[in-house]
Design a protein around this ligand. Sequence first.
Ligand SMILES: NC(=O)C1=CN([C@@H]2O[C@H](COP(=O)(O)OP(=O)(O)OC[C@H]3O[C@@H](n4cnc5c(N)ncnc54)[C@H](OP(=O)(O)O)[C@@H]3O)[C@@H](O)[C@H]2O)C=CC1
Ligand SMILES: CC(C)(CO)C(=O)C(=O)O
Length: 350
Amino acid sequence: MTITIIGAGAIGGVLGAYLARAGDEVVFCDTAEDHVNKINLNGLTIEGPDETFNVKCAAYTPPQLIKKNQSLELIFLCVKAQHTEKALSPFLPLLTSTSQVVSFQNGLCEREILKLIGAERTIGCFVNFSADYLEPGKILYGGVASLYLGELDGQVSERIMSLKDKLQVWGPAQVTDNIWGFLWGKMSYAGLLYATALVDETMATVVEKYELRDMLMELCSEILEIADKEGVVPLGFDDWEPNLIYPRKERNNKKLDAGLKKLAERMANNKKTKSGIWRDLAIRKRQTEVDAQLVPILEIGKIHKVEMKLLAALVEAIKEIENGNRKMSWQNLYDLQKIYKSLPHEIRRI
Ligand SMILES: NC(=O)C1=CN([C@@H]2O[C@H](COP(=O)(O)OP(=O)(O)OC[C@H]3O[C@@H](n4cnc5c(N)ncnc54)[C@H](OP(=O)(O)O)[C@@H]3O)[C@@H](O)[C@H]2O)C=CC1
Ligand SMILES: CC(C)(CO)C(=O)C(=O)O
């Protein structure tokens, strides 16, 4: 079955390249014409921690692929969260009743995808390996990390087992019966990642900054509280353990500090030392995924009547950096610290 990768950037490029190298038929589709042209001309190059390799594959822009008018059975959707609907919609007429669309994205994009194509054709995926689009035809790959596939209803179906098997050529892909748990777990981690992007430092440097730790963990707790209200049990991965952070009253600071030390070490040792959010703001000078990732959590929070002062301030600060009305600096984190210190005592470090 041909795998169509919509969004042949960092994540889509890496997965597609491994699959193509192993002999799968992979078709890349991306709006960046220079990237598409380069792939067609010279192939796609992956610069990984252990090897650099190049694969030859067909690449198309969305209008070119639509023009081919061939049905698409398996789509890996690897665009930024805010492009989900725009990227998938043009292909709806090419889907069949058995097509599968797998969301290799951060955020709760599956909620949006299922509205477009129905839950039966939507497959969830939690992805935590790191990669960066370097230039047309070239992707930096940070190496393997957690990747879990899951049906939205928790079923362990044959189709996700076979997808998991297919992905072994990339690395240790796994299957979960709680994909929402992973997606919300990643969202709590995303709170931390967005905060690290408020300053032009590595993620590890911010995580190691002990005096900011309580504030950062409260920021993540705000997100975890919403997951809790939604009836989801957030899951941990790669030295990130939501259950050490929330419920607040059960927080074990000793274990949490040990976990964050390991996380900072992992971050420092990765080829990608700053987040994709930082890269969007500092290098690519474009909007982050904040409107499609953190803003929906604020909205769900409103439904549950939970005030998220830190998350709201973080969203505002990120948007100000996006718009050029704020610079990256430590002061941004200390501004959040001020808000944290004004929170009721019972919320602060227990
Ligand atoms: N990179 C990472 O390390 C990680 C990323 N993720 C998540 O993976 C998802 C993908 O991110 P990432 O790979 O980094 O993003 P990239 O920007 O590297 O890749 C996305 C690609 O999709 C293209 N694109 C945009 N709109 C469309 C469209 N309508 N149709 C087809 N292609 C389109 C983009 O072009 P253009 O740039 O011109 O817009 C870009 O080339 C995100 O949700 C991210 O949060 C998760 C874990 C780690
Ligand atoms: C840091 C990373 C790669 C997750 O590990 C990520 O999700 C990002 O860059 O946004």
